[in-house]
Design a protein around this ligand. Structure first.
Ligand code: F6P
Length: 374
């Protein structure tokens, strides 16, 4: 069996870079820490690239030592900064005459900066957008090892991403807290949760907090069904209803509510507003006083829960193992409880959504949770 030293010499690495791209999430720092400590432990230098690929374009690159990663395991966010807009291959450099954005391919600029800094390989921590952005750099011969992150837990090819468990914990606490105020005021409380097109956060937090109604993007809702659930509860003496609504939830045959379109972002749609819409409609139709809360970025901030710290550390370590083994352009994944790896862009353009027949939905239905569909 190959020893670690054999593996290091197989890859013969002297210096690697690390960057965090896409939206931040709890656990990024834990990955950076694992990568830096593992690398230094094997005589490999690490350069930190600021603000994702933007820092690579702008040559904002600095050495990372043990002191830089001391005490960051429990810190939310990322010490490197992040950016969810920059794809070097399609970098906005102004506007065309018709007002549309003008793009330039800055892959060569990135390669030049990597070359000047003698960076031989990259650990790219991000979502599918970040992995796609890394592809041209990987194709040019810089080994890129991807580490998947997102609170949404919707990355194709991995059963879980770090950040998710923290987001579920924040969302669950919020749902628990509105419970008592809803009960005191005999209200319907709608809590709008993040997740884009995937309902993982809402499903898990909804079940954990015993929400009466859980609305997922994957199961279109019927407003009449939701109103009936609220009224039925009132008739049975339960004079309040807690609704966990994913930001991507939508009515049967209807559309998701878009809060903004960010044309400079590779993923321009930002969802939001379904919580207010639901609360207004439910109050109008049932005459039960209704309120809404949008948790938003609180789900992405703060210290990662222990499970995310553990997962992030495992992911960071596995990324280094892949580099040391000389494996090329892979994405670290967790499948069936085992760490593994797939091709770096295997997740590109795909989403891992909640299957309608997921066992957790069946379990929730068995305790009378309404999913707005029947
Ligand atoms: O993908 C993570 C996420 O937090 C989504 O849940 C949410 O829809 C989106 O990012 C928000 O993006 P931004 O930080 O650009 O507002």
């Amino acid at each position: 069996m190959a020893t670690i030293n054999d593996r290091v010499s197989a890859a013969n690495l002297k210096r690697i870079g690390v960057l965090t791209g896409g939206g931040d999430c709890p656990g990024l720092n834990a990955v950076i820490r694992a990568v830096v400590k593992d690398a230094i432990n094997h005589g490999i230098e690490v350069m930190g690239i600021e603000d994702g690929f933007l820092g690579l374009i702008e040559d904002r690159i600095k050495p990372l030592g043990l002191d830089d990663v001391s005490n960051i395991l429990t810190m939310g966010g990322t010490i490197l900064g992040s950016n969810n807009k920059t794809n070097p291959q399609k970098y906005p450099v102004g506007r065309n005459e018709d007002g549309s954005l003008k793009y330039r391919d800055l892959t060569e600029v990135c390669l030049t900066h990597l070359n000047i800094r003698k960076i031989e390989a990259l650990v790219v921590i991000g979502g599918d957008g970040t992995m796609s952005a890394a592809k041209p750099i990987a194709d040019a011969g810089i080994n890129c090892i991807g580490v998947p992150k997102t609170i949404d837990n919707d990355l194709f090819g991995t059963d879980i991403t770090f950040g998710f468990q923290t987001a579920v914990s924040v969302a669950t606490e919020a749902l628990d807290r509105v419970h008592t105020t809803a009960a005191s005021h005999h209200r319907v409380m709608v809590v709008e949760l993040m997740g884009r097109n995937a309902g993982w956060i809402t499903l898990h937090a909804g079940v954990a907090s015993g929400a009466d109604v859980i609305l997922l993007p994957e199961i279109e809702f019927d407003l009449d069904v939701i109103c009936k659930a609220c009224l039925d509860r009132s008739q049975k003496g339960k004079r309040f209803t807690i609704i966990a609504a994913a930001e991507g939830a939508k009515p049967k045959g209807g559309a998701q509510i878009v809060e903004r379109v960010d044309e400079t972002s590779p993923d321009p749609i930002r969802l939001g507003g379904v919580g207010k819409w639901l609360a207004d409609e439910i109050e109008k139709r049932t005459e039960i006083e209704s309120r809404y809360v949008v948790l938003g970025h609180t789900q992405r901030g703060g210290t990662p829960v222990p499970g995310d710290r553990v997962l992030a550390t495992q992911f960071g370590h596995h990324a280094m193992e892949l580099l040391k083994m000389g494996k090329k352009n892979r994405l670290v994944v967790m499948q069936g409880g085992n760490l593994g790896d797939v091709e770096i862009t295997a997740a590109a353009g795909k989403q891992r959504l909640v299957p309608k027949d997921h066992p957790l939905i069946a379990a929730a239905r068995s305790v009378y949770t309404c999913f707005g569909d029947r």
